[in-house]
Design a protein. Structure first.
Lengths: 134, 134
DNA sequence: AGTAAGTTTGTAATCATTACAAATATATTA
DNA sequence: TAATATATTTGTAATGATTACAAACTTACT
């Protein structure tokens, strides 16, 4: 995709075959995948893909700001190509990670006088509409 | 401390010497310590303390709900005995983890119709008032 | 005191992540 | 185009935090 290629380039990421495909994957499949999910999904069509490359690529993406790492759980890191302001909900039953729209302007924060806030995450957990006991 | 002992008991945690001292430590020192910090701070006064015990104890505390695990960073887990509703701010320079008061009632959340929200975390990052470049 | 149940400890095993160097691909120069 | 330099990928080995486990110890109960 030319669009993805230019986006990566404009953010200082040289779009190699692997990087482009990995970026396309996380941008298209909004499942907030782990490294393992990305690797197992792409290794079929790219048989020589190394897991090291997936690790390196996602680290590069996060450092260049083209993807975000979501630390909602201490047992896994999930990745998101959606850079817009939003939070996340993880279902304790199925493990699904859902986007949550936030009206963050309403969130009053106290206790940070003279602090410089650069980023934030709002992470929720519970049971999704499918898994919720009725 | 009798107070701590009773609190642990009422939450299903038998207050052994080690558990009581670990709980007292995280309740008194509001630095949101890691396992390593807890261990290195207490191993002087409790020379036989095993790091395994610290791991086991904090896992027990979290499962019994007497402490919370804060996943603000994928490189460390920090623990908090403060069960009240509040968020956290981590300084990227000194690593300090600060409490943040939230008026969370104002936070409008969309996209979770029929979901059951059980817990949430609000995690911020940036630079504290000491480390902030002027 | 003696027995049983629960807890702690030290060590060994596990496993996700990282380091590294060779191989491959891409860009640059002649 | 061929040669050379630079960047990226790959596979394997090393690392290190966490967990599994069984022996030692502590506590509660008879
Ligand atoms: Mn998202
Ligand atoms: Mn706190
Ligand atoms: Zn679910
Ligand atoms: Zn600081």
């Amino acid at each position: 995709m030319e669009k993805y290629s230019n986006f990566l380039l404009s953010n200082g990421v040289k779009p190699s075959v692997q990087r482009l495909r990995i970026y396309e994957f996380i941008h298209t499949n909004r499942i907030h995948p782990t490294i393992e999910m990305i690797y197992s999904n792409l290794s079929h069509e790219m048989p020589t893909l190394s897991k090291t490359t997936v690790y390196n690529t996602l680290k590069l993406f996060v450092s260049k700001g083209v993807a975000k790492a979501i630390n909602i759980e201490d047992t896994e890191i999930r990745y998101d190509a959606d850079l817009s302001t939003h939070g996340h909900f993880k279902c304790k039953s199925c493990g699904g990670l859902f986007d949550v729209m936030l009206k963050i302007d309403n969130l009053v924060i106290e206790g940070l006088d003279n602090f410089k806030i650069e980023e934030y995450q709002v992470n929720l957990k519970g049971y999704c509409n499918v898994c919720k006991p009725n």
